[in-house]
Design a protein around this ligand. Structure first.
Ligand code: ZN
Length: 186
């Protein structure tokens, strides 16, 4: 039986990132601490940290409660996003990445640094979605709504609350992989 796509990709990542750790948030005290802090600073807006969101810090990927119930394809697409964060931590270092993530322009509401780091990763989410499910799937308005909400809503502390700007980034990414936002592949 061939190896599921997410497990094969994780094996590749382990070669790319020596010392990579993949752990469950439920078993991790640090994750529980972050969860409590996020609930406070977002006024309960981000309350799905333990159950829905995968998080990467340094060389560790922290998995939420629902991970094992997702399809291998869904897990693969998410791992492609997290791989971007693993590379960012290698590029900027732990402290450098944390500073970019938390400081400019504000920690919340106008978190330009975080928005740029997350955009690089969400562009990869779109690219992996197109590769796995086809270009139409990457153009799905529901997916775009979800991605925009990550930037404009409480999940990441309202990091870039400008809906049209984020849709502009999405459209630009789609056109980079040969897909007009509202048209047909060319
Ligand atoms: Zn991310």
């Amino acid at each position: 039986m061939p190896e599921p796509i997410d497990e094969a990709y994780l094996s590749e990542l382990r070669l790319e990132v020596p010392g990579l750790r993949v752990i469950d948030k439920a078993d991790d005290g640090f994750s529980k601490l972050i969860d409590r802090a996020l609930k406070i600073v977002t006024f309960g807006g981000q309350r799905h940290f333990m159950t829905r969101y995968v998080t990467t810090i340094g060389r560790t990927i922290y998995l939420p409660a629902g991970w094992s119930g997702r399809s291998p394809e869904s897990r693969y697409i998410t791992l492609r996003h997290e791989a971007v964060h693993l590379r960012q931590f290698r590029r900027y270092g732990l402290v450098g990445t944390a500073l970019i993530y938390l400081v400019p322009i504000l920690p919340m509401g106008l978190a330009w640094g975080r928005a740029r780091l997350e955009w690089e990763a969400y562009a990869e989410t779109l690219r992996a979605t197109a590769e796995i499910h086809g270009l139409e799937a990457a153009r799905d308005p529901e997916l775009h709504r979800y991605v925009r909400a990550q930037f404009t809503g409480p999940a990441y502390g309202w990091m870039w609350p400008f809906d049209r700007a984020v849709q502009g980034w999405i459209d630009e990414a789609l056109s980079e992989f040969g897909l007009e936002p509202g048209g047909s592949p060319h």
